[in-house]
Design a protein around this ligand. Structure first.
Ligand SMILES: [Zn+2]
Ligand SMILES: [Zn+2]
Length: 794
């Protein structure tokens, strides 16, 4: 074989030792290639066929998501079997099921579980058909299932008041709403998210959801949790081909066949969420203006049905004029914070924006470090710490989006699906239908877009088209979207004091409270008394039901407000009153980086020059990277709403409103930004109600670090719940225990007890001893055991 020596400068700039690295990788691949299984002989194939005869199964190949759904349904079926059919053999029961039992089971579901829509019951019936097929190997009788559907639709649905599909309204999000959400998220939201990074992840999710219309499962972890009671294994474990060597002698033939069949299947080795390997980050040169800018292509691979038929779609993103909409900046900042770029010279925003393609090429790719490829971009946080490899949860995205949309005065809660609808409807009519369906991952032959996503507001001025008058394009753009009914004065929770004070007690809760009082017989301590278990259970139930009721009131008032506010306003106009002045809420100020970001992103003037834009892009990324690991103030612990309304402050919590700490005035705001705060703010001798760990955490805002709890015990509970486990782990690993108090200058201790002694003698804060901690943990575990988690219907 002749070797071609390349004489051009193709390999210029390659580091001197790259050939070693290449050869190592090449050898690994070579070995993998040689590692193919041996071909089978005729006997071995015969054995294989025999094996297949004995484990013959015509079971359907369900996607993982479907399997989890079925396992959850089978849990309900199991409960029905034990409680109502009085049988333990649920498999047999499902095989012998008749139409009447299935009708009864569906009624059981309606009675015992909290469903409100017909769609979810249809889902159960479909699921049950699949379960039946799993158990019996046959399809369910068509007449039977039709009969069940009919029974549900005509008898059960009206009786339980389940709403028919498509009646709940389908808000469609447009650019106005996106702008409001992004602005609120960065500038006004006072709900503590724990970590700055989480807020930026939300920003990026909102942007990507709107610009691509992807389902949230392609960005974050939306997989349902596997049931832990074994129902999943019961259903699906028998499917795998079992080793046939139980009674046979393991001869040479079977060994070879088993080797292949019983091998662990190669699993997808990455989380189902957007990972770095899906993103191609580039610096491109504009073909006309010759300007150089970062751009990005994202390949979405986790779409619905991807397990059976992968069909990735690639979207491109370019810099936007309004920086608040720029997803390239947000992703660049997250990547910089993760130190994910392979090029070592890309360390910060400035170095990233200085990169440019060389020579005549139009683009240069910025690769990721190999170890970052399978790491999700959006990750979850625990106790204000970012996880190294777990993807952010769908529930986080959904909850925050819902809350923020209500807090920005939208009439309906917006979900990731609203932005998917918004994206689809933006493409509809503008892009050809094939391209629209490609982006939505719809099969054109099912007309899914028309059935499920088309805006229910007809976005066409037919009246004026018929009248052959000029069409009201501007008005129609406004009519069709969720932002039409937005009322900036509204927020999620705006229940007036009078409502909280005068709400009649919930009879269900009162009943439970009376039972508890009777059991307690006026004692305060219930430890060890005969009815302890029941009392704890009642306490737990009462707490849950109260919270649920409060939520119902909040939601009810929100609806009431949107229904009546226009009339109130009209009547006020008629009385000749002047419109009340709408006070802009104040922007966030506690964390310097966030405040700066809010200022740049939300107050961007229209007349920046190209150079100014570039400088601000760099500044935004720079600030975002710094903001990533800043801890946000804890959410203000909500006292009971009644107490809140009457301003009694509940249980003496001295939480200062996270929004506007008085201490930080313009002149003092520098204090927070400097990494070395003046020492006298943190005197050696602390207040006994301050936390010795929080005080040394320079990622937290000042107010939080010096926060005083109401009592020493509460501070102790906080320290044990929040910091102790981490410190114990450090002790186990043999790492030194560090006192981070600014006045101590990272003093190191060998054992936790030394640290405790130091905190007591030098800082004046008494932490609980190891024994006391153990006792508290034991007690907590015991109490938890006593309380059975019950599902409450509301
Ligand atoms: Zn603390
Ligand atoms: Zn110390």
């Amino acid at each position: 074989m002749s070797r071609i020596i390349n004489n051009t400068n193709a390999n210029a700039n390659a580091p001197p030792n790259c050939h070693i690295e290449f050869l190592q990788q090449f050898t690994v691949k070579e070995h993998a290639r040689l590692d193919r299984p041996e071909v089978w002989t005729a006997e071995e194939h015969a054995f294989h066929r025999e094996l297949l005869y004995t484990t013959k199964s015509n079971l359907p190949d369900h996607a993982p998501e479907t399997r989890i759904n079925l396992a959850i349904l089978s849990k309900k079926w199991k409960r029905y079997c034990t409680e109502k059919l009085k049988t333990e053999d649920q498999k047999l029961a499902i095989k012998n099921i008749d139409c009447e039992t299935l009708k009864d089971f569906i009624t059981f579901i309606c009675l015992n579980y909290n469903n409100k829509s017909q769609g979810s019951i249809f889902h159960y019936i479909r699921g049950f058909q699949q379960l039946y097929r799993l158990a019996s190997g046959e399809y369910m009788n068509r007449n039977d299932s039709e009969e069940v559907y009919r029974y549900y639709r005509t008898q059960l649905a009206p009786r339980f008041g389940h709403r028919p599909p498509n009646t709940n309204g389908k808000p469609v999000l447009n650019v106005d709403t996106l702008r409001v959400l992004l602005t609120f998220n960065i500038a006004y939201d006072n709900g503590g998210l724990g970590l700055g990074r989480l807020r930026l992840q939300l920003t990026a999710c909102y942007q990507l959801l709107c610009y691509t219309g992807v389902r949230p499962g392609e960005l974050v972890d939306a997989q349902r949790k596997m049931p832990t009671d074994g129902s999943f294994e019961e259903l699906f474990d028998s499917e795998a081909i079992q080793s046939a060597n139980n009674n046979d002698v393991m001869d040479k033939v079977s060994i070879k066949v088993n080797q292949l069949l019983l091998q662990e299947p190669v699993n997808r080795d990455r989380p189902k969420a957007l990972c770095y390997e899906d993103i191609l980050f580039t610096i491109v040169r504009h073909p006309v203006t010759q300007q150089v800018a970062p751009a990005m292509a994202i390949k979405f691979v986790n779409h619905k049905g991807a397990d059976k038929r992968p069909k990735p779609t690639i979207f491109f993103f370019t810099p936007t004029k309004k920086l608040i909409f720029d997803v390239v900046l947000t992703i660049a900042a997250l990547a910089l914070a993760d130190k994910a770029f392979a090029a070592e010279s890309i360390t910060d925003a400035l170095s990233l924006f200085q990169k440019r393609p060389w020579g005549t090429r139009d683009c240069i790719a910025l690769r990721w470090k190999p170890e970052m490829l399978k790491i999700p971009v959006f990750r979850r946080t625990r106790d204000s710490a970012l996880s190294a490899n777990e993807a952010m949860l769908y529930s986080t995205l959904n909850t925050e989006m819902g809350q923020q949309s209500l807090d920005t005065g939208h009439e309906q809660k917006l979900t990731p699906r609203s932005s998917r609808r918004g994206a689809g409807n933006a493409a509809n009519g503008d892009a050809p239908d094939t391209v629209r369906d490609q982006m939505m991952r719809h099969d054109p032959k099912f007309a899914t877009f028309f059935n499920a996503y088309l805006n229910e507001f007809a976005k066409f001025d037919l009246q004026n088209a018929f009248l052959e008058e000029e069409k009201q394009v501007q008005l129609f753009r406004m009519f069709a979207h969720a932002s039409l009914t937005r009322d900036p004065r509204a927020s999620r929770n705006m229940v007036p004091k009078e409502v909280w004070e005068n709400t009649p007690p919930d009879p269900d809760i009162v009943k439970l409270e009376m039972e508890r009082d009777a059991l307690k017989q006026g004692h305060y301590r219930i430890e060890g008394c005969a009815n302890e278990k029941r009392i704890r259970q009642l306490g737990n139930d009462i707490r849950l039901m109260r919270a649920q009721r409060d939520r119902r009131i909040v939601k009810g008032w929100h609806e009431y407000y949107f229904q009546h506010r226009p009339t109130w306003d009209l009547d006020a106009q008629a009385r000749g009153e002047v419109e009340e002045h709408f006070r802009e809420p104040e922007m966030h100020t506690t964390i310097f980086e966030r405040a700066e970001l809010a200022r740049i992103l939300c107050l961007q003037p229209d007349d920046w020059t190209g150079e100014e834009l570039l400088q601000h892009r760099i500044k935004v990324v720079h600030l975002m990277v710094a903001y990533c690991d800043k801890k946000e103030p804890r959410k203000i612990i909500k006292a009971r709403p009644e107490a809140q309304a009457s301003r009694s402050g509940g249980k003496g919590l001295k939480f200062i409103a996270a929004s506007e700490p008085k201490l930080i005035t313009a002149s003092k705001s520098k204090l927070i930004t400097s990494s070395e705060p003046a020492l006298n703010l943190f005197p050696m001798l602390m207040k006994t109600t301050q936390c010795p760990d929080c005080i040394g955490d320079d990622k937290m805002p000042l107010m939080e670090r010096t926060f005083e709890f109401c009592r020493d015990t509460v501070r102790n509970d906080h320290w044990e719940d929040r910091h102790l486990t981490g410190r114990e782990r450090a002790e186990q690993r043999g790492e030194p225990i560090i006192c981070k108090h600014p006045a101590c200058g990272d003093r190191k201790f060998k054992h936790l007890d030394h640290f405790r002694a130091h905190v007591k003698s030098d800082h004046g804060v008494a932490l609980r001893s190891h024994e006391q901690v153990l006792r508290r943990r034991l007690k907590k575990a015991k109490h938890r055991e006593m309380v059975v988690r019950t599902r409450h219907r509301n």
